[in-house]
Design a protein around this ligand. Structure first.
Ligand code: GRF
Length: 215
């Protein structure tokens, strides 16, 4: 069975979705550890309650990005994961770190990339007046919120949406697509070909979810 390490910084609801999928028998992975760069991350307690080894590595205790990245990689590699899953991990990772995990580092981003990389994606989507928004799971490359796309889910932007209501609609889809993407990885079905992802044995359409939500 493939081993994964999950990196978080806060609430950890995507991590919880992965744990729930594993517990439901829908995600055949061993969750070797959960690591947070913030010692007070709520998700660390959730992980511990689920009986998962959880560790905090406070980035503020390190002189710079390179030192933190190196310590983080050492911490991760002690658990010998096949895949590292960024689930609301709010630190930019340096090029050396990203190259070390090339092809085995996934991220979830709350927008339909390449639209709205970076922060405050929901407010920016509202400000632009887009009618469709969503979330993306992608392999990580050194460029921020960039890299081969595994799966996306789209949701409507409704009249009267606030940042909160839109974020909640997107988050519900994050909890669907992240376990799906990790499952595909665990089943050995994700192929990287010329910088694009091919999902073996799945019709191309299954990597795009159009969420219901319009009354
Ligand atoms: C999610 O919206 C994720 O896409 C983004 O940060 C948020 C983390 O939420 N990168 P959680 O910690 O998984 O609840």
């Amino acid at each position: 069975m493939k081993r994964i390490v999950i990196l978080i910084s806060g609430r950890g609801s995507n991590m919880e979705a992965l744990i729930a999928a594993r517990d439901a028998g829908k995600l055949p992975v061993a969750i070797a550890a959960v690591i947070s760069n913030r010692p007070d991350a709520q998700g660390l307690k959730t992980a511990a309650r689920a009986g998962i080894a959880s560790e905090a590595l406070d980035h503020k205790a390190f002189a710079g990005r390179a030192a933190f990245d190196a310590a983080l990689a050492e911490c991760i590699d002690r658990h010998a994961p096949d895949l590292v899953v960024l689930a609301g991990f709010m630190r930019i990772l340096g090029e050396d770190f990203v190259r070390h995990y090339e092809g085995r580092l996934l991220n979830i981003h709350p927008s339909l990339l390449p639209a709205f990389p970076g922060l405050h994606t929901h407010q920016r989507a509202l400000d632009e007046g887009v009618r469709v928004h969503g979330c993306t799971v992608h392999f990580v490359t050194p460029a921020l919120d960039h890299g081969p796309i595994v799966i996306q889910a789209a949701v409507p932007v409704l009249d009267g949406d606030s940042e909160e209501t839109l974020a909640a609609r997107v988050l519900a889809q994050e909890h669907v697509i992240y376990p799906q993407a990790v499952r595909w990885f665990a089943e050995g079905r994700l192929q990287l070909i010329d910088g694009r992802v091919r999902v073996a044995g799945a019709g191309g359409g299954t990597a795009a979810l159009i969420a219901p939500g319009l009354d």
